[in-house]
Write a protein that binds this ligand. Structure first.
Ligand SMILES: *Cc1c(COP(=O)(O)O)cnc(C)c1O
Length: 370
């Protein structure tokens, strides 16, 4: 192999428009450098960890790792169907919800059928469109001084951006990285304005954390709007990010289309078993929810008491708006073993996203603020 060989020129059109994921800091190296003193507040992981019954189920399942997993994930889907009151045939499992977001664009969007998403919406949305070779329309977000949802989705503008050719709209509720949300009623109004041939994906990765008035879930709208699909994940509140498993709830015919392209064994057996057990552990889920709510409120108060602007959040992270380039602020924390996430890639270089980690991690953050 000669050094001059460069496959970049050989990549197909869709792939040429993409760049490799930027993993940010080298976390394994940082764990070695800082050990117990490292505060990992950059990835919105759940500091309480998974349910004990999920861990036991995962340990049992690994004994079966020599077998292929159930390609249908039928046992988990039955559990989801029972827990959520949705039809089995409308459930699609993914290797993380990321895979499902990508799958929707691959199955439905193309050069002639654009994708609409919000400025400052979840980063995967435009990537999914590009990977499918579809134009992505980024609708300007709500203004920075919006009282309820600064930098949030402007649903009226998004509905106006939808044309008969639009095949897919991505919404995140609540949204990452802003933490902002819109109400169930606002979503219903939005869906009423969207033509039936435009699919609307509502990403509810942080659903288990929400408790704001008027906000619950898009699930109860599935029956009325067959063009609606809802994605969720076991990565956040269920603390199974490392096992990579998420699910989508949709009209059965949308799930049937996705089945054509879904890799048969996309979800591994350990993840399937752990997710099923995690779903059944209502006590752990309630504990996670209550702890996050308490610590999020506490952290927001502490940061605001130090003069920082903190955006409203219904998630397990806070977006802090420094009003000025955040690079030096982030570097200061980084040198002290406090990892937060810069938002330069989103065009929000004056903000930092901070996960609601453990109390110890958050206290270290506060002690080391510039
Ligand atoms: C974390 C996150 C996801 C979840 O990704 P997984 O692939 O399920 O780990 C999806 N959407 C949003 C908005 C997120 O923040």
């Amino acid at each position: 192999m000669t050094l001059e060989f460069d496959a970049a020129a050989l990549a197909n059109r869709a792939t040429s428009a993409l760049r490799a994921y930027d993993p940010g800091h080298d976390l394994p190296a940082l764990r070695l450098r800082f050990g117990e003193m490292l505060s990992e507040l950059g990835s919105n992981e759940n500091p309480l960890g998974p349910s004990k019954s999920a861990l036991r189920a995962a340990n049992r399942a690994i004994e079966e790792a020599w077998r292929y997993p159930d390609p249908l994930g039928a046992s988990l889907k039955r559990k989801l169907s029972d827990e959520l009151g949705v039809p089995f045939a409308g459930i699609t499992l993914g290797n993380g919800s990321h895979e499902l977001l990508m799958l929707m664009a691959q199955c439905f969007a193309d050069e002639a059928h654009p994708v609409v998403h919000s400025q400052y919406g979840f980063a995967v949305f435009p990537i999914a469109a590009a990977a499918a070779g579809a134009p992505a329309v980024a609708v300007p977000a709500l203004p920075a001084d919006h009282p309820e949802a600064p930098y949030g989705h402007d649903l009226a503008a998004m509905a106006a951006a939808v044309t008969p050719a639009t095949r897919l709209v991505y919404l995140a509720n609540p949204n990452n990285p802003t933490g902002t949300w819109f109400t169930d009623a606002a979503l219903e109004d939005f869906l009423e304005r969207i033509p039936p041939q435009t699919l609307v994906v509502v990403d509810e990765a942080y659903h288990e954390y929400v408790d704001a008035e008027g906000l619950s879930t898009a699930l109860h709208l599935l029956g009325r709007f067959p063009n609606l699909a809802v994605t969720r994940t076991f990565s956040k509140a269920y603390a199974l990010a490392g096992l990579r498993i998420g699910y989508m709830l949709s009209h059965p015919s949308v799930a049937a289309v996705c089945e054509r392209l879904r890799e048969s064994f996309n979800v591994n057996g350990v993840a399937l078993a752990a997710a099923e057990a995690a779903l059944g552990d209502h006590e752990h889920r309630a504990h996670v929810r209550a702890t996050n709510r308490r610590d999020r409120t506490w952290l927001a108060g502490e940061l605001m008491a130090r003069g920082l602007r903190v955006l409203p959040s219904q998630t397990n992270f806070l977006l802090v708006d420094l009003g000025d380039d955040a690079t030096a602020f982030e570097a200061h924390l980084f040198e002290r073993g406090v990892i937060v996430r810069p938002m330069v890639g989103y065009g929000l270089r004056h903000t930092l996203r901070i996960s609601v980690g453990s109390r110890t991690e958050l206290e270290r953050l506060l002690e080391n603020l510039p």
